[in-house]
Structure formats: structure tokens, C-alpha cells
Design a protein around this ligand. Structure first.
Ligand code: SAH
Length: 368
């Protein structure tokens, strides 16, 4: 399945449950913010360039991308004031996503962004923050050589460029790495991720200046064991169970179910480190992990195993998965599927509390 084409199909449906997903992603951005701030400070302690060029890769069409850019620009400004350093005169901001992304939705939010920025850093500086959209896959080249000082990406790099082709024959009845006998499926996913993430690092190494900085946050798994138990993989297993229910009810064909696999990979920290080291363009400055409750409304408390949590989590997953599911199966049974899914998630919550396990890495581009 070509991820480029399906991620943004069915944008209307995506919007209907966007809020839950956006909440999760904003929680993740907030939790990773310390690493981002520290990275900006490290970078700035050697002096900022006159025009600071930064990119957010996989920006999507919600408010998070501009929220994040405002955080970076405010962070740079505050740090320079505190340390009495010269702040950049200009910022060039590149917002990247796949070509089907609704860039217009992001551009429509820029007036609000500029007005907030003006309040924070004053009219002169905020006028010199130039934003543009860059459509294309981050597994290919997006920018000219040696042109970027800072790259950020949140909740995007765990998306694979494609579903590993070998899975069609070996992963019948599952949509991700199964808990039982995961070896062959795990290997196919891991090899695809290694190819993709290596390409990602290589492309950025061409585009970034020496000593440029990159902060990546991605969803991962907490153990080296691929059949992880309480991470989000469990939620994928419950989605497979719900699809299986649809097969049993004659709403989808078994062959269609058997040929569907998620183009996502949840790596563990050792795998990420090994790929970064073997690609050899970046040094790792920081690598941290943190968990987020699947019901992000209740970050500081235990998830209550009630129906409302099950529905909330189902809607979060729906926002991400529906375009892909609809493109593979058609969209006639989506409400039914996600009702069933909410039920399975609610049931699961009475036994366990699944968490999204996240990895945030701060990297420096090595000198050539
Ligand atoms: N960064 C945003 C959105 C995360 S959703 C936030 O934190 O809120 C993941 C985004 O990654 C989607 O918009 C998806 O289209 C994008 N994406 C996935 N694969 C991509 C690729 N190969 N190149 C560019 N963007 C990609």
C-alpha cells in the first residue's frame, strides 16, 4: 500500500475525530518540550545564524505545527535575552508533509500565529518569521544541500514509506506484529524501518549544515521484545479483533482482512541508536522516553475503565487509521467498526492500562 496516497484520503472523516488525536499529539509535544528547549539552548550557545532556517517534518494540518514553531521562536528569543546573545534577525520556517496534506488549513491559521508571536516577541521580529509549505516525503530530498539549521519532527517518523511487501504471505489474521510467533513479521517490519529511517537520516544529513540540530519524537515500544505487551501495539491488536468481527458479520472479505497491514513501526531505543550509529551522519546528544495515558484527557490520573475512555481512545485511533482502512476496505462500515472497537477497548481497560510509549532524541549533524 502506498502510504503517500492513503494517509490523507478521506480528509472529512479525519476531521470529525481530529480533536482526540490532536490532543494526544499536543500532550506528546508538551512532554518532549524540555528536550527541544535544551537543544535550542545548546545550539544557541555557539551563536544563532542571522537567518535561522528550521523545518517541521510531518506537520499535518492541525494547530500543533504552528504551536510548535511559536515555541521554538519564543524559546530562541527568551534564551537570547537571558544570555544577552544576538537573536536571529529572520526566521525561515518550512512546514513539510505529504502532498495530499491540507496545507491550506495550516496557512489559514497563520494570522493567529503572527498575532500571538507579535505579543510574545514584538512586531518587528514577528514580521520576519517567513513560513512556507513543502510537500513531499521526508524519505526523499526536500531541501537544498547545507540549508537547514534545525529540524523537528513529532509523531511522524514511525510511519513507514510502505507496508513491507513480504507481510502479505505471512501475516494473515493480524494487522501488526502479533504477540504469538512474531519473529518473521517483526523482521519484515524492522527491515523496512531500518531502510526508511536510514534514508531519512541520510537525506537530512545532506540538507543540514554541520552541527545543525534535529529533535525527533516518535511512538515506540518499551521493551526489546517485539511482542510488546502494554504499549500501543495492544490497541492495534484490538483493531484487528474488531476487523475480524466485521469478517464474521460478512461486512468485509477475509482476503481483504488478510492483506491489510499497518505501515507503522514501533521501534525500541536500542534499535534507534543502532540505526543512527550505523548511518553515521549524526551524534546522539539526548535520548529520553516517556509514557502518555491513552486517554489524554486524564494525564495525571489513572484511566477510568469506563465507556467514555474507550470511546475517546477509539476516536484517537480512528483519526489516524480511518483513511487507510477506508482506502483498503471501502468506507461503508466505519461507524460500526469503530463502535465495536470502542467496546473492545473499554473491555480491555478494565484489565490493563495501555500507554503510548514515546521516544525523543536530540541529534547533532557531524562535521563533514
Ligand atoms: N507533527 C504533527 C502531526 C503528526 S501526524 C503533530 O505532532 O501533531 C503524522 C503526520 O506525518 C501526518 O500528517 C502524515 O501525513 C505525516 N507523514 C507520514 N509519512 C510522511 C512522509 N513520508 N513524509 C512526510 N510526512 C509524512
Amino acid at each position: 500500500m502506498d502510504v503517500v496516497n492513503v494517509l490523507h484520503m478521506n480528509a472529512e472523516n479525519r476531521k470529525c475525530s481530529y480533536a482526540e488525536n490532536s490532543t494526544l499529539q499536543k500532550t506528546v509535544i508538551l512532554k518532549a518540550r524540555k528536550v527541544l528547549e535544551e537543544t535550542i539552548k545548546d545550539y544557541g550557545s555557539h551563536g544563532f545564524p542571522q537567518c535561522f532556517k528550521l523545518a517541521d517534518l510531518g506537520c499535518s494540518s492541525g494547530p500543533n505545527s504552528l504551536f510548535l514553531i511559536a515555541n521554538i521562536v519564543d524559546g530562541v528569543h527568551a534564551f537570547c535575552q537571558k544570555k544577552n546573545l544576538k537573536a536571529p534577525d529572520e526566521y525561515q520556517v518550512f512546514l513539510n508533509d505529504l502532498p495530499n496534506n491540507d496545507f491550506n488549513a495550516v496557512f489559514k491559521m497563520t494570522p493567529q500565529f503572527y498575532s500571538n508571536l507579535e505579543n510574545e516577541i514584538g512586531p518587528e521580529k514577528s514580521e520576519k518569521c517567513f513560513i512556507c509549505g513543502v510537500p513531499g516525503s521526508f524519505y526523499k530530498r526536500l531541501f537544498p544541500s547545507d540549508s537547514l539549521h534545525f529540524v523537528h519532527s513529532s509523531y511522524s517518523v514511525h510511519w513507514l514509506s510502505q507496508v513491507p511487501r513480504e507481510l502479505l504471505d505471512i501475516n494473515k489474521g493480524n494487522i501488526y506484529i502479533p504477540k504469538v510467533n512474531p519473529a518473521g513479521v517483526y523482521e519484515a517490519y524492522f527491515n523496512q524501518f531500518t531502510r526508511d529511517f536510514t534514508a531519512f537520516l541520510h537525506m537530512r544529513s545532506e540538507e543540514m549544515v554541520s552541527k545543525g540540530r534535529m529533535v525527533l519524537t516518535l511512538i515506540g515500544r518499551s521493551t526489546a521484545d517485539p511482542a510488546c505487551n502494554n504499549d500501543c501495539c495492544h490497541l492495534y491488536g484490538l483493531l484487528a479483533k474488531s476487523l475480524h468481527d466485521m469478517v464474521a458479520e460478512g461486512l468485509i472479505h477475509e482476503e481483504d482482512f488478510n492483506s491489510f497491514n499497518l505501515p507503522i513501526y514501533t521501534s525500541c531505543t536500542d534499535e534507534l541508536k543502532a540505526i543512527i550509529e550505523s548511518e553515521n551522519s549524526f551524534t546522539i546528544d539526548r535520548l529520553e522516553t516517556f509514557e502518555v495515558n491513552c486517554d489524554t484527557r486524564d494525564e495525571n490520573e489513572k484511566i477510568k475503565s469506563d465507556e467514555s475512555s474507550g470511546r475517546f481512545i477509539a476516536n484517537t485511533i480512528r483519526a489516524v487509521m480511518e483513511p487507510m482502512l477506508a482506502s483498503h476496505f471501502g468506507n461503508t462500515f466505519m461507524d460500526k467498526l469503530f463502535e465495536r472497537y470502542a467496546m473492545h477497548v473499554t473491555e480491555h481497560l478494565s484489565r490493563e492500562e495501555p500507554k503510548y510509549f514515546n521516544i525523543v532524541i536530540s541529534l547533532t549533524k557531524k562535521c563533514k
